[in-house]
Design a protein around this ligand. Structure first.
Ligand SMILES: Cc1ncc(COP(=O)(O)O)c(C=O)c1O
Length: 333
C-alpha cells in the first residue's frame, strides 16, 4: 500500500526533490527549519564578502575589517566603542564581569533572560530603578536589530538607556559567528582585557566581521520580511494558525511583534507535536501531494516556539502552515 501511495504522489515528490533535504521512504522531503534563527547559512553575497575580506591580526587591533565593523556598530548603537567577540554569550559575560568587578557584587537578571530586548519600556524602567540604587544596566541585544526594526526606531534609541550592550550577528543577521559588546571608552578598555582573559582574542577575524557587515547592511530588509512571515503564519488572512481554530493549539497574533511565534498547546505535549511535524507519512504525501518536515523545539511544558529567519521564505511559511493543518487534522483538530 505504501508503494501505491508513493507512486500516486511521485510527481509532487519529484518537484520537491530539488528543494528539499531529509527523506521520506528514500525520497527527499522539503524541510522548513523553525527551531531558531541561529540555523541560517551564509548566502552567496556573504560568502563572497568573507572570501574577499582584508584582514590583519585583530588581537593587535590590526584587522581593518574588524575595525570597520566596530566603528560602524558604535555609530549604529550610539556608544563610544565596541569590541568584536566570538559569541553573544561572551559579549554578555564580558559586560557582567566588567560591571561586577568587586567581590560580593550583585547581579539582577530577568526571570526569563536572555532579555527580550523589544520590551523597550521595560529596559527604560529598569534603568530608572538602576540609577536609584547606583546599579549599571546591560542589554542582552542578541536580537536588538529585530527589536529596532519592529519598533521602527534606530537601535541607539533603545541602547541609550543602558551602560553596555551586546549585539549578535549569528542570529537574524545571518552571519556564521560573531557578536559585539559596546559601551563607554573606559568600560571598553576593561572589556578588551576580559576578552583576552576569556580566550576570545581572535586573529584574522576580518573574515567573520565581513559577514557581519553584510548582515547589518541587509538587516532592515531581511528582518522586516521575517517579521511579516511570522505574522502571516499566526494570522494570514483566512489561513493563519489562528484560523485553523484547533482545540489543541492557540496563538495570540497581537503578541507576534518580531520573528517569533509562541504557540500554546492544550492536551497535546509539545514533544509529540514536534515529532508529528517533523515526520512524513504516506498519508501526508497521498493527501497533500507533499512531503514536508517542519522542525521545532518544545519551548515550555505547554508551548512551542517557532522562529523565522532569512532561510524561511513566504512559500516555506505556507508549507509549514499546511503541515500544521494536516497534523491537527490527524488529531481531529
Ligand atoms: C537572547 C540571547 N542572548 C544570548 C544568546 C547567546 O548567544 P551565542 O549562542 O552567540 O553565545 C542567545 C542564544 O541563542 C540568545 O538567544
Amino acid at each position: 500500500m505504501l508503494r501505491g501511495l508513493a507512486r500516486a504522489a511521485a510527481p509532487a515528490l519529484r518537484a520537491l526533490r530539488a528543494r528539499g533535504s531529509g527523506s521520506w521512504a528514500g525520497v527527499p522531503a522539503h524541510v522548513v527549519d523553525l527551531r531558531s534563527d541561529t540555523v541560517t547559512r551564509p548566502g552567496p553575497a556573504m560568502r563572497r564578502a568573507m572570501a574577499e575580506a582584508v584582514v590583519g591580526d585583530d588581537d593587535y587591533g590590526e584587522d581593518p575589517t574588524v575595525r570597520e565593523l566596530q566603528e560602524e556598530a558604535a555609530e549604529l548603537l550610539g556608544v563610544e566603542r565596541t569590541l568584536f567577540v566570538p559569541t553573544c554569550t561572551m559579549a554578555n559575560l564580558i559586560s557582567v564581569m566588567g560591571h561586577c568587578r568587586r567581590r560580593g557584587s550583585q547581579l539582577l537578571l530577568g526571570q526569563d533572560s536572555h532579555l527580550h530586548v523589544y520590551e523597550q519600556g521595560a529596559v527604560a524602567q529598569v534603568h530608572l530603578l538602576a540609577r536609584t540604587y547606583g546599579a549599571r544596566v546591560h542589554l542582552d541585544g542578541a536580537r536588538l536589530m529585530n527589536a529596532a526594526v519592529a519598533l521602527r526606531v534606530p537601535p541607539a534609541h533603545i541602547v541609550q538607556h543602558c551602560d553596555s550592550v551586546s549585539l549578535c550577528f549569528s542570529k537574524g543577521l545571518g552571519a556564521p559567528a560573531g557578536a559585539l559588546v559596546g559601551g563607554r571608552a573606559d568600560f571598553m578598555e576593561e572589556a578588551w582585557r576580559l576578552r583576552k582573559a576569556l580566550g576570545g582574542g581572535m586573529r584574522q577575524a576580518g573574515v567573520l566581521a565581513a559577514a557581519a557587515l553584510v548582515g547589518l547592511a541587509d538587516a532592515q530588509q531581511v528582518l522586516l520580511r521575517d517579521h511579516e512571515n511570522a505574522r502571516q503564519f499566526a494570522k494570514g488572512p483566512g489561513s493563519g494558525l489562528q484560523e485553523l481554530a484547533s482545540p489543541f493549539c492557540s496563538v495570540d497574533p497581537s503578541a507576534v511583534e518580531t520573528n517569533m511565534v509562541m504557540v500554546t498547546l492544550d492536551g497535546l505535549p509539545p514533544a509529540e507535536l514536534c515529532q508529528r511535524l517533523q515526520a512524513v507519512s504516506a498519508e501526508e504525501v497521498a493527501q497533500t501531494g507533499r512531503a514536508v518536515r517542519v522542525l521545532l523545539f518544545p519551548w515550555t511544558a505547554r508551548a512551542v516556539r517557532a522562529v523565522w529567519h532569512r532561510d524561511v521564505s513566504a512559500q516555506d511559511t505556507e508549507l509549514a502552515l499546511r503541515k500544521w493543518e494536516f497534523v491537527l487534522g490527524q488529531l481531529g483538530r
